[in-house]
Design a protein. Sequence first.
Length: 282
Amino acid sequence: MKLNLTRPLVFFDLETTGVNVGKDRIIEISFVKVYPNGDEDIKTRRVNPEMHIPESSSAIHGITDEDVKECPTFKEIAPMLKEELADCDIAGYNSNKFDVPLLAEEFYRAGVEVDLHSRKFVDVQTIFYKKEPRTLTAAYKFYCNAELIGAHGATADTKATYEVLKAQLDRYSDIENNIDFLSDYTSFNKNVDFAGAMVYNDQHEAVFNFGKHKGKKVTDVLKAEPGYYGWMMQNDFSHDTKAILTKIKDSMKAESAPAKPAAGNAPASQESLNALAGKFKK
């Protein structure tokens, strides 16, 4: 089934040094950019992570320090990626939980401002888990009736994810072929930040999604325990999580600030009051 798009949809996949969003780095990024008319643009870039690739990670994707030592850093390719993602929605496999948060973190580190929060996200894994809970390799075999060759390579995984989504739309009549529906359907939680440290409750209020304050409104916690903000800022949370938390804190401060008097109703200065008192004494 051809995707029903109103603007480009970018399927992407990352190979990384590890699975820690706050610490690990991208070493390969591949994407299939699908246009509303059905045209496709496929690109893959290797990236120098500027850190050692653990042997345990190389054993999965086959990429070593030697393979990327001459490649550009993420900071060097970030402007190009920003341009490629401009005015696009984003799709992937397990992308909402890992790939999108890590990509956002890399942009933060590179100092390149990209408003990913304004995009629609379609996580093909979520459709699969809701319908047929398994892995990408199994999903590809189930939906596309073929073996996934080159699994754990960014290019193969990205193309497979694109093919799986089209096959899912062919199979399930209750899944609508539009990005608004797919984005909503593939979201288990309504994340406030990409990492999911905060989520929206049924009243669309930001609540913490971890630790001792799980389920509590962020604003209530920050009021009752101001030091919790400092603790989060000093610990291993993503830049995006910290930035969103800071915005919430700043909005609380702005709301609690006393309103400034209108210019025409400004309180009289002590000097003007003394002058007025002197006038009536005369």
